[in-house]
Write a protein that binds this ligand. Structure first.
Ligand SMILES: Nc1ncnc2c1ncn2[C@@H]1O[C@H](COP(=O)(O)OP(=O)(O)OP(=O)(O)O)[C@@H](O)[C@H]1O
Length: 314
């Protein structure tokens, strides 16, 4: 079975003292797909990735990465993967080219092959004319491109990208994702963590992590169809008052304001969510219009985490 999958995990768990950072996570990531990890700060995304890279030992559970077991075969895994962190892990006082040469050296690429590969990557990531510039002086988008070039010098079969787009602008994010799809089409498997819903939506499959557990797992469109909540969208002349009235209605998971519109998520157990919302607002001096609507990925995230994070922000 592991032949079909680049990564499998069963009951993968990591504790730090009393804290369970990753709590019995199961995974099956097909080869040549993009698999997303979506989750709030501290939900265990980085810790899971670090275990799968062989950098951190699990407290419990099992996993295979490209057919190798972790943690026992971590050394074999490290040669076949690329791992890019939020901070890009570049050597700021080396030049762009030296950063790539250093990585080629780590992976023992023969000198001639390394030179060709580095030229190819500099061209591909539009860094040829900056190859003698210190990496520390590059812009955020350029650093990101160099970091991706650096972790793909040895043409890894599997890429772990831990929030790779958190420090770059929307245009760079878009271009970065186009590159990920190109790599994926050529056979690379990618596991990417993100806080952005639009990025999560682009993954072939997605795991939503919450407090170390997989709270939902599947193709983004499937998750939207199978959501465990009802959604009422409404327009009102006093969104703030309506939001306050709805926030404590039993069964309401979250109320999000979008200009004059409100998006209300209610527990699936409520038989007639539209009637509940209307009953709460009637006779309160508000003008409003409400309707049931389809879920988007943010709704799935809120339902999977039972509104914990949006409610906390409201
Ligand atoms: N080495 C460590 N020692 C102690 N606690 C740790 C260690 N590494 C992570 N943790 C804790 O484990 C939990 C999960 O952290 P992790 O970095 O995996 O979350 P995350 O989902 O990647 O968060 P973010 O989105 O902020 O990067 C956090 O509470 C964190 O403080």
């Amino acid at each position: 079975m592991t032949g079909d999958y680049a990564v499998t995990a069963s009951g993968l768990t990591r504790r730090f003292g009393a804290l369970t950072a990753v709590d019995h996570v199961d995974l099956a990531i097909s080869r040549a797909t993009i698999h997303g990890f979506l989750g709030p700060n501290g939900s265990g995304k980085s810790t899971t990735i670090r275990m799968l890279c062989g950098l951190l030992s699990p407290t419990e559970g099992e996993a295979t990465v490209l057919g190798h077991r972790i943690p026992g075969e971590s050394e074999a895994i490290k040669r076949k993967i690329g791992y890019m962190t939020q901070r890009f892990s570049l050597y700021e006082d080396l030049t762009v080219r030296e950063n790539l040469e250093f990585m080629a050296d780590i992976y023992s690429l023969p000198r001639k092959h390394a030179r060709q590969r580095i030229d190819e990557l500099l061209e591909k990531y539009e860094l040829s004319d900056r190859q003698r510039q210190w990496a520390g002086t590059l812009s955020g988008g350029q650093k990101q491109r160099l970091a991706l070039a650096a972790v793909t010098v040895h043409e890894p079969e599997l890429l772990f990208l831990d929030e790779p787009t958190s420090a770059v602008d929307p245009q760079s994010r878009r271009e970065f994702w186009e590159t990920l799809f190109e790599l994926c089409e050529k056979g690379t498997t990618i596991l990417v963590s993100t806080h952005y819903m639009d990025e999560a939506e682009r993954c072939h499959r997605l795991a939503i992590l919450d407090r170390g557990r997989v709270a939902a797992d599947g193709a983004p469109q499937g998750l939207e169809r199978r959501i465990d909540a009802s959604i009422v969208e409404m327009e009102t002349d006093d969104p703030r008052a309506a939001r306050l009235l709805l926030a404590d209605l039993p069964g309401v998971l979250s109320v999000t304001q979008l200009g004059v519109r409100l998006r209300v998520l209610l527990d699936r157990s409520i038989a007639d969510p539209l009637a509940e919302v209307q009953a709460r607002l009637f006779g309160r001096g508000l003008r409003f219009e409400a309707r049931l609507t389809h879920a988007n990925l943010e709704d799935v995230f809120v339902a999977a985490t039972r509104g914990r994070y949006l409610k906390a922000r409201a």
